[in-house]
Structure formats: C-alpha cells, structure tokens
Design a protein around this ligand. Structure first.
Ligand SMILES: Nc1nc2c(ncn2[C@@H]2O[C@H](COP(=O)(O)OP(=O)(O)OP(=O)(O)O)[C@@H](O)[C@H]2O)c(=O)[nH]1
Ligand SMILES: [Mg+2]
Length: 320
C-alpha cells in the first residue's frame, strides 16, 4: 500500500554546552573553554519516488544529532549533522502545534522544519579587559520539536491515463528513469508511479475502467491523483477494435468524477502502433482526430514516435 498520509515527530538536535577551562601554558593563564556545537536541523527534500513516505511506516520519532560540548584548549564542539528527510513531490507538511502548512513542489526543493539549537559559549567568549578569568559559560539551546503530518497529493505536469494494458507504464519507462513493472495483463500497476523528464513530473496512473468513478476497479483513489495533474496523456491501444469507444469510456469516468478533469489539456496517443498495419492505423487516427486533433501514433519500438512525445514534453517544459 502506498503511504500517503502519515504523522511523525521531528526533533532537531540540541546545542552543545560551552566549556569552562583555562590555558595551562606557562605564559598565559587565560580562559580557553570552547563553545558548544550547533544541533542538527531537520529538513524535508522533494524526490520523485512516490513511496518515499514508506520510511515513516515504522519510524515515527525522528531526531537529529545534538551538537558536541565545548572542550578545553579552545576546542569547540562539533555541529550535529542536519537530517534531510526525502519526501515525494506533492507532500503537504503541516505542523500540528502551529497549523503552519508548507508544500514540497519540486524535486530537490528543501524545507526546514525543525531548527537545531545553537551551542552555548565557552568561557573564552566571555573574556574582557575587566574579567580575564571568566568562569561563565552557556548551555546549548534545545532544538525545535514538532509533530508533523505529511500528506501526499500527487502533483504532476502530465498524467498518463487510459484503460488497463494500454502501455502507460512502458511509456513512462521510456521517457524517464522510472522502472515500473510492465506486463501483458490488465492491472499490472496498482499504485501511481512518478518519473522525471527534466524538470517535468510524469505520473503513470493505474488503469481506469468503466465505473471507476463509482468505485469499480482501482476506483476513485486514482482519479483523485489526476486532479492536480496539469495535462493528460491519454493512451489508447491501437490494437483495440474501437479506439473511439475506449476513449469515450475514459472520458466518461473523468467527467463523472469531476468536470474539472475534462477541461485539462489532453493529448491522445494511439499506442502499440507497431502491432497494427499502417492502413488500419490511419483509419483509427482519422476517427480519433474528429474528437481531438492532438492525436499521435506511438510505439516503444519506434524511436521517432518517442521523439515526437519528447517534443511535446519540451514544449510543455518551455511554457511552464
Ligand atoms: N508491441 C508493443 N507492445 C507494447 C508497447 N507498449 C507496451 N507494450 C506491451 O503491452 C503490455 C502492457 O504494457 P504496460 O506498459 O504494462 O501497460 P499499462 O497501461 O501500464 O497496464 P496497466 O498497468 O495494467 O494498466 C506489455 O506486455 C508491454 O510489453 C508497444 O509500443 N508495442
Ligand atoms: Mg502499468
């Protein structure tokens, strides 16, 4: 099961204590206590892996390292290492205590959630002309602590949709580094998969079937994921007896779920074009073009057709 809603506790590291020490050298007997190091902070960072929230299934208390204590001989404590927690792009981060909400929208985007405490000053920092042998030092400050709810609402630039077995996963695997399972039977993909095409996020959505909007098959869960997708890549197998009928089944489900879904820009890809004679392809394309003129034949075995898809993506990228 995809983890898309999880609550965790994050705690930044505490600052280290400052030291009180004096120089033991013959010549100078001045203060020499080092300061404490800073506690590690906790950040979230966006990644394309949708399953990234899985790490929190059994690990709900997260703490960054404390800063080291200061020592004698001007030796400052080491800083605690920052924790960078990877979460899928589209994760909404809500601090329970404050209600503050942030969202990770891009791969590599980082958000600081809990700041590490600063280290205390050692007595060396308290020296002055009036007091050459200070005995003061400071404790470190505590790191911030929050309860954080992480909720994933998939965001993609292009969502790849269609009936089961249309070749959706095969296409995302060709266009991105995704390694989604491909097999010659329906419902191979049970959870959405993301892939990155440069800065664009593509989403391979599990197959939709007639009645999906009413909960049939994998149902509504996946229609929800299309809600925040800007553009739809609608795949229809060229092997289908009646591609127009296939097209309408999906459009109907989109419409039944939400009128907003059918307003999205849509490209139709007649997939597995290598399986069908040219003449038949032409006929099927002509029929689809009557509905939407953005129709393109594609095959994972036809490099030129994949280039065409990339051209479309490049155009989307440049308009973003
Ligand atoms: N000949 C040919 N076969 C293809 C092509 N694209 C996909 N296939 C095959 O079609 C079958 C289904 O491909 P998938 O990519 O798993 O289809 P899907 O739409 O992701 O299917 P679900 O996840 O079940 O909805 C696999 O056996 C693929 O190898 C293509 O361009 N040409
Ligand atoms: Mg699939």
């Amino acid at each position: 099961m995809l983890i898309d809603d999880v609550t965790i506790k994050v705690e930044a590291g505490n600052g280290g204590k400052g030291a009180v020490a004096f120089n033991k050298n013959m010549m100078s007997l001045g203060p020499a206590g080092g300061s404490g190091g800073k506690g590690g902070s906790v950040h979230f960072e966006g990644v394309s892996n949708l399953n990234a929230l899985d790490q929190f299934r059994h690990r709900k208390d997260i703490k960054a390292k404390d800063g080291g204590n200061g020592k004698a001989q001007f030796s400052d404590g080491s800083d605690g290492e920052d924790l960078i927690l990877k979460v899928p792009v589209g994760t909404i981060i809500r601090k329970t205590e404050t209600g503050e909400t942030k969202e990770i929208l891009k791969i590599g985007e980082r958000i600081l959630v809990a700041k590490g405490g600063i280290g205390g000053k050692g007595n060396f920092q308290f020296r002055s002309s009036r007091n050459t042998t200070p005995r003061q030092s400071q404790g470190g400050l505590p790191g911030e602590k929050f309860t954080v709810r992480l909720e994933l609402k998939l965001i993609a630039d292009a969502g790849i949709i269609g009936l089961p077995n249309a070749g959706k996963s095969s296409l995302i695997n060709e266009l991105t580094k995704a390694k989604t399972k491909v097999a010659n039977y329906p419902f191979t993909t049970l959870e959405p998969n993301l892939g990155a095409y440069y800065e664009l996020i593509l989403a391979d959505i599990p197959g939709l079937i007639e009645g999906a909007s009413g909960g049939r098959g994998l149902g509504v869960k996946f229609l929800r994921h299309i809600e925040r997708t800007k553009i739809l890549f609608h795949l229809i197998s060229a092997e289908s007896e009646n591609p127009v009928k296939d097209y309408k089944i999906i459009r109907n489900e989109l419409k039944n779920y939400s009128k907003e879904l059918i307003k999205k820009i849509e490209y139709i890809f007649l997939s597995k074009s290598d399986m069908v004679p040219v003449k038949e392809m032409k006929k099927k394309i002509t029929a689809l073009k009557k509905i939407n003129k953005n129709v393109f034949p594609i095959s994972v075995y036809d490099g030129d057709s994949l280039e065409k898809v990339k051209e479309i993506l490049n155009k989307i990228k440049s308009e973003k």
